[in-house]
Design a protein around this ligand. Structure first.
Ligand code: G3P
Length: 496
């Protein structure tokens, strides 16, 4: 159960504590932030409302701890990460329970998220040992005008304090995708969890605590974005920001100082379907890609662009599968569960109403109870409808019928987003040409967009983000190159 057993230190009364200096603490504010269960729409948990003064102290602890951590042998850092991964997996049940209650993630998927996170941490440890254990040796005589008088030794060094801000939809997995690379690379960490998902994050942090990481190295502050959000992202003690979320990322990028940024800010992933596509495969992928976790994934299929000649057949196949989706509470492992908040449900509803007013075909009746929205396929969507461009983050998938491949590519590229996209065809030559033409960070051929496996590069173009993620890229991003140049008095040529 949440907050019990090995997790009993992280809660006092009914409020979960924040974590710094290797200890669980109560905020001096005496205030808390309520976490509303999306299914019951009542307060499920409470977390501390940390103050700016507390953030200052946390930053100081992180700075001190990092200096020591950077002197800790790489193999020891890896060993601790492996230990944390094992503890996390061992306690998957209570953490998954938090995900079910805080973000209405279907029970089975919640467990998968925790296990995937443990694997991700272990992979970071292994990859870090490999790529951080190597540097470069350069000699000067390859550049015109130089003799071989300079030897350059370059290696990767940590950045310092990494501020990690994960989103509500994968609070544990997208936290560890920042924590793992940061720690193996010798950085310390300040984690600001999303409000929905904060308690799952706090449980995850306790697993790192139990693994025995040095005090101050990992810190987790909770609170209101309005109170500590900007204060954190503009804090002079921060040396790197890794953020996953929505528009807030754009605001952060404008306010952050001279620090490296890693951002993933959503997408409007297009699914282009050609005449020769295997329509059963496409339908299965639209269901998986568009409706899993009720469409609340950055990489969800958010618009289907199908050739007119096969559109009727595809819509029929998708509708048959939509009818089989189980709608209800996450505890019952339903496919479609309540969306994260009432405001989110209202936004989704607004998109559906706009499409209705402008003449889209509703393949199912629009139905909503509280935050629960029934899955909906919208056919005959046109570019003048908001749903053609905006990201619903809900169980609604629009279908736009196209008459040429160019039309599909044009719609995909006209979006402000550029996260992923996918193309379905049996013609690999066409698939490659379309992939090259799509302005997105990744194109999946004959499968729905997805971030994993977690060591694959993951990046968005345009408003979808800054930099690239995936384990290897994140480790590299959270380091800097440091060079030492040995200057010789006379040229020296090996075997010369
Ligand atoms: O930010 C990425 C997330 O929303 C999607 O991840 O693993 O479901 O493709 P995934």
């Amino acid at each position: 159960m949440a907050g019990s057993g090995v997790f009993e230190d992280i809660i006092e009364g009914d409020v979960f504590k924040y974590y710094t200096d290797g200890e669980w603490k109560k905020s001096a504010s005496g205030k808390s932030v309520a976490i509303i269960n999306p299914t019951t729409r009542t307060t499920q948990y409470k977390v501390q409302a940390c103050t700016q003064e507390e953030v200052n102290k946390v930053m100081e602890s992180a700075k001190i701890a990092q200096k020591q951590w950077a002197k800790t042998p790489l193999w020891k850092r890896a060993e601790l990460l492996h230990k944390a991964a094992a503890i996390l997996k061992e306690h998957k049940a209570p953490i998954a329970e938090c995900l079910v209650k805080e973000i209405a993630k279907p029970a089975k998927d919640a467990v998968t998220e925790v296990v995937r996170s443990g694997d991700l941490i272990s992979y970071c440890a292994e990859e870090g040992v490999r790529i951080l254990g190597e540097g470069k040796f350069l000699v000067s005589d390859s550049f015109p005008g130089n003799e071989r008088t300079k030897y350059c030794l370059s290696s990767k060094i940590p950045l310092g304090v990494v501020l990690a801000i994960p989103p509500f939809n994968y609070p544990v997995n997208l936290a560890v995708s920042k924590i793992g690379p940061a720690l193996i690379a010798g950085n310390s960490l300040v984690l600001k969890p999303p409000t929905q998902g904060a308690v799952a994050c706090l449980h995850m942090v306790q697993c790192f605590h139990l693994a025995g990481f040095p005090k101050g190295l990992i810190n987790c502050v909770t609170g209101k974005g309005s109170e500590i959000g900007d204060f954190l992202t503009m804090h002079p003690g921060v040396n790197c920001i890794s953020f996953t979320g929505g528009d807030t990322g754009v605001a952060i990028s404008k306010k952050a100082g001279m620090v490296p940024l890693q951002m993933e800010l959503g997408g409007k992933d297009a699914c282009i379907v050609l005449e020769d596509a295997d329509l059963d495969l496409v339908a299965a992928n639209i269901i998986k890609g568009g409706f899993s976790y009720s469409g609340q994934r950055c990489t969800a299929v958010k618009v289907v662009l199908v050739m007119e000649s096969v559109a009727d057949a595809l819509v029929e196949k998708v509708n048959a599968k939509v009818a089989k989706l189980k709608v209800g509470p996450p505890e019952d492992n339903c496919d479609i569960t309540p969306v994260v908040s009432e405001s989110s449900a209202n936004f989704i509803e607004g998109l559906a109403k706009d499409a209705k007013a402008k003449g889209a075909t509703f393949c199912q009746e629009y139905k909503r109870e509280g935050n629960l929205i029934w899955p909906l396929l919208l056919d005959n969507v046109r570019p003048d409808m908001r749903i053609a461009w905006e990201e619903p983050f809900g169980p609604i998938v629009p279908v736009i019928r196209i008459n040429s491949i160019e039309e599909g590519i044009h719609h995909c590229n006209a979006s402000n987003f550029g996260l992923q996209g996918c193309v379905f065809t049996k013609d690999i030559n066409k698939a490659i040409l379309i992939s090259d033409a799509m302005e997105t960070g990744t194109v999946q051929i004959n499968s729905a967009p997805a971030r994993g496996p977690d060591h694959f590069p993951f990046q968005g173009l345009k408003d979808s983000g800054i930099g690239s993620q995936g384990i290897t890229n994140s480790i590299n991003m959270m380091t800097k190159i440091k060079s030492t140049v040995i200057n010789l008095p006379t040229p020296s040529y090996t075997m010369g």
